[in-house]
Design a protein around this ligand. Sequence first.
Ligand code: ATP
Ligand code: MG
Length: 511
Amino acid sequence: MAPDSLNNLFGEALETMRRTRENFQPQLALREVGVIKTVFNGIASVSGLPNAGYEELLKFPGELYGIAFNLDEAEIGVVLLGDHWHLQAGDEVERTGRVMDVPVGEELIGRVIDPLGRPLDGKGRIAFRRRLPIERSAPAIMDRAPVNVPLQSGVKVVDALIPVGRGQRELILGDRQTGKTSIAIDTIVNQRGQNVLCIYCAIGQRAAAVAKVMAQLEEKGAMAYTIAVVSEGNDPPGHNYIAPYAATSIGEYFMEAGRDVLIIYDDLTQHARSYREIALLLRRPPGREAFPGDIFYIHSRLLERATHLSKEKGGGSLTALPIVETEAQNIAAYIPTNLISITDGQIYLSPTLFELGVLPAIDVGKSVSRVGDKAQLPVYRTATGNLKLDYAQFEELESFARFGARLDERSRQVLEHGRRIRAVLKQPELEPVPVPEQICVLLALTKGLFDPVPLEKMKVAEQEVRSVARELPPEAIQELYSPKGWGENTLQSVLQQCQKAIDTIKKEPHE
Ligand code: ATP
Ligand code: MG
């Protein structure tokens, strides 16, 4: 045969093969199916799926899914994600070949969803285009940038003394009912107009508590830039366990698109409890203080995903404010110490201060921010001066003075100044204070302008000073945000105006 015709024949054969391959439609799909052996308390044990992977999603009858958690040779322990009353031993279980994922995207903004991405707000179906696995690896070290932009909470004492930066992880801890959630909600409310997307993740909360938070966010118009991922106390433990991971994946989607995201985990104590429940039901051995040893790992795996991405990666950030509940003020318990060591600082809320009516009940001495001060606006340094030290001195002296000791003039001054610091740092919930107003109030405070004001008039005096801030010229506001903060001239002129405002109150007769 001539070489040419051989070539043609060869070409034709190749073409036929290509066409066949393209038109090939598999008639048989391989399904891997196992059977349920037992079901109890939200856990199923399944046999006959030897190839299932760790944390693979398995499909049960009735559109119910479960996560493969314990992989033994003969059977798998599966955490069920939903009502399982219809399941029976012997039912079929199918492999899906994928891990648990959640819908992500702009469409979720303003919505309330469960950890599986189903709407809970009665506003209808959510159209989404993408899904992301709930467990993703944290950004690599080389992809991270230092925290250098502040995340203003609007809470004076936090912004002044425990500043948080975008991409930081700051723990909020305290006993029951000490105002932990309130600090987080205030921070969300304060992000209005700051181009920060917020995610509130409720884990194992009482339905009433969640409803209250939702009402507050709605009332303050914060749902316009917030997504709520909610799993309630009576949801299956599997829901509570996956909720923070799902919420984080939703946040990462926005962070990777170059946006700044704030995420609240309320709270990780409940998360740890749900994990412990699952672990014990799966017959894993309990660890220290009856918690499985890997609780540290599950929390660090979660919080390591919060970061500030480098410019090359889009420069987005994910700031995490995990909340944890302490018992009887014991911050040295297992879960709190774990979390303190994983995060970049903590805001500690004291029940003693709460009872005294010092709200927010932040114990400044036990609170710290390890990276946020590098991100804090430079003008705060001028404004806060020795605030932390003065306050600490005052607290020490106050407990001493309670015994009726006679005080010298200097100590009396420290006490009087301290009382005014405390008055200024008090703040009602849901009323975040804008930066210029914070700065003016703090300046007036640290420069001693409030010292001659009677304590009962401090509220009015503060309002007067805040109104000075609201009337500052645009140049002064611009200078305030500049890398040097206020220069001497602006500073003096602002102080003079504050002094004038305070003088008007002092002149008013006592009522
Ligand atoms: P839980 O342990 O139940 O989750 P929590 O520590 O999250 O409680 P919050 O629910 O935030 O506490 O607040 C407890 C109570 O204190 C609420 O009734 C809230 O209105 C009130 N509260 C919190 N912060 C302030 C504040 N700055 N001023 C006035 N009241 C406040
Ligand atoms: Mg709370």
